[in-house]
Every structure is written in C-alpha cells, then in structure tokens.
Design a protein around this ligand. Structure first.
Ligand SMILES: Nc1nc2c(c(=O)[nH]1)N[C@H]1C(S)=C(S)[C@@H](COP(=O)(O)OP(=O)(O)OC[C@H]3O[C@@H](n4cnc5c(N)ncnc54)[C@H](O)[C@@H]3O)O[C@H]1N2
Ligand code: MOO
Length: 411
C-alpha cells in the first residue's frame, strides 16, 4: 500500500482502476445524462418529404414570372392541404394550393408564398412578385439524411439527443450503465436522521450529502445507513454492498484513532489496499482499496473533508465509469477578494464563491473553513486550489479555482 501520496498520484491510480460500465438497453427518457454506447445511424430522411415552412400557397415559380405590385398575377386555388395530409392534386399552370406549415408540398409546386404576401379569396390567390424555384421549400433530409451518423457513440444524452432519438422512433437506446454507488457511514457517534439527539451523538449527514453528490452526476446512490465502529458490522455491510455496487464509499474511521477500522475492514472483505493518506487538506486520511473491478473508498468522517474529497476523487471515477471523457473540474484563474494567510506544506482546497464580471473571475471566501464545518459549503460554487507551500495570499492576488457547477458537471 502506498502512503502519503500526491493528489496527482491518487487520481492516476483511481482512474487506472476505473473501468467503463457495460452497455444497457434503457427507455429513452431514462437515458438522459448517460453516455451513448452505440452510433446512431439515421434510417430515414428528415424531413421525409419536401415540406412547407410557412402557412401560404404552393405555386409554380414559372407562373409568378413577371409578377409585380402593379401587374399581379391571379392563380386559381384548387385544394387545401394541412400538415399531416397530402394533396392528390397535380398542380397545373395557373393553379395554387393553400398549404399549412409542415404539410407536404404538392406535386408540381416549387414555391410557397406566405399568406402575408398575397391577397386571397376562397377561389383565387393574388401574387405580387416573382419567385425563384425552391423558395420556401424545406428539402428532403434538411435535418438528417438516411445513412448519416446522427449521434456518435460517446455522446452525452441530453434533451436534444433525446429529441433526435425520438425522431428516429427509438423508444429504447444503448447507454453505459449508470454506476451503482453504495454509501456507508461509520461511527458509534452516529444516529439516523429521524432519531432524537442523545448526549455525545450526532446525526449522519454524510450519507445524505454524498448521495446528493452522486445523484447530481447521474449515478445511482444507495445508502447503507450507519454502522457502529465494529469490524464485523462494517465487513458485513461491505460484503453485501460489494455483491452489487460498482463503487463503495465509506465515511469515518480512516484516521489513526482506536476505532479507525476502515482499512482493516477493506482488507477483511478481500480488498487490496491501493493507498492511504493523500497530501491534501482537507481529507488527508482517505483510504482506497480495490476488489476485482470495484473500488472501495474510505473518506474522512469530517463533513467538509468528505464533500471535497468526493469532488476530487469520486466524481472523476464515477464519470469515467459512466463513459464520460471529461471528468476533471474546470479550473480558471480568478482574483481573490480577501486575504488568505494560512501557509502549509499541503495542497489545500478552500471553499469559495466565484463570480464573473467584465471579463474576469473573482472569488470571495466564506468565514469558516474547518473540515468539520458543513454550513459554509452552502452557497459555494468553487474551490480555491492552493498548491503546497504557496501563499500567504492577499486580496487582489491571482489564484486558481475549480468550478464545481460548471455545465460539464451536469451534462
Ligand atoms: N491523532 C490524529 N488524529 C486525527 C488525525 C491525525 O492525523 N492524527 N487526522 C485528523 C483528520 S485530518 C481528519 S479528516 C479526521 C478523520 O477522521 P476519520 O475519517 O477517522 O473520521 P471520524 O473520526 O470518524 O470523524 C471525524 C469527524 O466527523 C464526524 N462524522 C463522522 N461521520 C459523520 C457523518 N456520517 N455525518 C456527520 N458527521 C460525521 C465525526 O463525529 C467527527 O467529528 O481525523 C483527525 N484526527
Ligand atoms: O482531512 Mo482532515 O479534514 O484534513 O481535517
């Protein structure tokens, strides 16, 4: 087992051990947020027929030759075709067909003139200018052509992709399965959230925070609840989780205390320890093991440490497993709005609120930074990433921040 490794080393190990999930067939709407596991080739032209983009009259360009305000031409209206219907009339010389947006262009017509540019009665339409062939005609296959690869394997499915698949009549689609992530919170001090407080105890917030982080990425959280600092109880829960979960996250019990049993439990269930302790603050004592193709991550029990280490390590492996190719948080340069004087020989992630004004990012820091404080994570959207042995930082300094809610996170 490697101990006290760098952030980069930890991430490299985790990504190397994370394999993409298998393809599954899911109902179309359930595919949102998943990655397409097949190329989608169009088996049709869209639109499948020449259509009108306007409400107006389908006419022949030839019949409009020489038309002007002063010398309009009058055509005979021989039919009416709303969207969803077809006209069985062949348009002849001097004739027009009243047509609605989305309807198929009748045989013989090569122009649509919109209502506003005509005068009409039940029987006739008057046209005031000449049109060239093809005016206001949507060509067959304007959107997709038969044989086109309209969506490539690896595409993240969101609303437009769902619309494309619906156009092609696909009620089901092949996507990389959403990873199943189990969460176990360990500690004798923990109570379920419905339980009243007892002296010396606190409620389990970590399981909920982490489940929400997992859900936000589009993976499937499953909370195993709380577990006392008891090796048999912990291993029992881990064993059953490993039968179905792709990733198991525990919180608490990773430090050096008498009751810190996570590492022992990981090995007890057959896990091979990959590393323990990463040179970062908060979240230093993270412990990671693998069992076959599954990862078991023991995060610090401190709520902010667990949250931040999730963003650094669990987020990328969940996204990689889901088939994503971009899994790093987006980093930008920003201007610090207040002093941060603490200097240490550890990489540090400090909560921040970053905004954009006149071409620059600016970052404000909340008042509380301790890894046991959860409330100051509320409302933040970024992490000020302090490299080891840099600082102190002054108001106005240029800093690096990671954006937590960049669109790439949600896609
Ligand atoms: N002698 C040393 N002590 C500690 C060290 C060290 O290096 N030497 N490291 C400290 C650091 S840094 C951290 S981080 C914590 C990590 O401890 P554990 O991961 O073993 O976590 P616990 O001790 O179980 O809990 C820490 C803290 O968080 C609270 N907690 C735990 N689980 C939950 C939960 N599910 N929901 C809400 N809050 C939770 C717990 O009550 C503790 O207050 O170790 C330091 N100690
Ligand atoms: O890992 Mo601890 O959160 O650094 O205090």
């Amino acid at each position: 087992m490697r101990i006290n490794i760098t952030l980069e080393e930890a991430l490299e190990v985790l990504l190397k051990e994370s394999t993409i999930t298998e393809a599954v067939h899911v109902p179309l709407l359930d595919a949102q947020g998943s990655v397409l596991a097949e190329d989608i080739v169009s088996d049709m032209n869209m639109p499948p027929f020449k259509k009108s983009p306007l409400d107006g009259y389908a006419v022949r360009a030839e019949d409009t030759k020489g038309a002007s305000k002063d010398r309009p031409i009058i055509l005979k209206v021989i039919d009416f075709v709303p969207a969803g219907y077809i006209s069985d009339k062949q348009l002849g010389k001097g004739e027009a067909i009243r047509i609605m947006t989305g309807a198929k262009i009748p045989e013989g017509a090569d122009v649509v003139v919109r209502f506003e540019d005509t005068e009409y009665t039940e029987e006739t339409v008057t046209i005031y200018q000449a049109y060239s062939a093809g005016t206001n005609i949507v060509r067959i296959g304007e959107d997709m052509e038969k044989g086109d690869i309209v969506l490539q394997k690896g595409t993240v499915i969101d609303a437009p992709e769902i619309g494309i698949l619906a156009t092609l009549g696909k009620g089901y689609v092949e996507v990389c399965r959403k990873p199943r992530v189990a969460i176990l919170s360990t500690g004798d001090e923990l109570l379920d959230i419905q339980q009243p407080l007892i002296d010396g105890k606190i409620r389990n917030s970590n399981s909920y925070t982490i489940a929400a982080q997992i859900k936000k990425l589009g993976a499937k959280p499953l909370m195993l609840g709380i577990c006392s600092d008891d090796i048999e109880a912990i291993t029992g829960k881990l064993k059953s989780a490993l039968t179905w979960a792709d990733i198991v996250i525990t919180t608490g019990g990773v430090s050096v205390g008498d009751h810190d049993l996570a590492k022992e439990a990981f090995q007890e269930v057959g896990g091979e320890m990959l590393f323990w302790r990463v040179r970062m603050k908060p979240g230093t004592p993270i412990a990671v093991a693998k069992k076959e193709d599954k990862l078991i991550l023991g995060l610090s029990g401190n709520p902010a440490a667990a949250y931040i280490t999730f963003e650094q390590f669990v987020r990328p492996i969940i996204l990689k497993k889901m088939g994503r190719t971009k899994y790093q948080l987006m980093e930008v340069k920003s201007i610090l709005k207040s002093d941060f004087t603490k200097v240490s020989n550890q990489n540090r992630f400090v909560r921040g609120n970053t905004y954009y004004r006149d071409g620059k990012y600016y970052t404000k820091l909340p008042g509380k930074h301790s890894s046991g404080v959860l409330t100051s994570l509320s409302g933040i959207n970024s992490l000020f990433y302090i490299k080891a042995a840099t600082g102190p930082y002054k108001k106005g300094d240029e800093i690096t921040v990671q954006l937590l809610n960049h669109p790439e996170v949600l896609k």
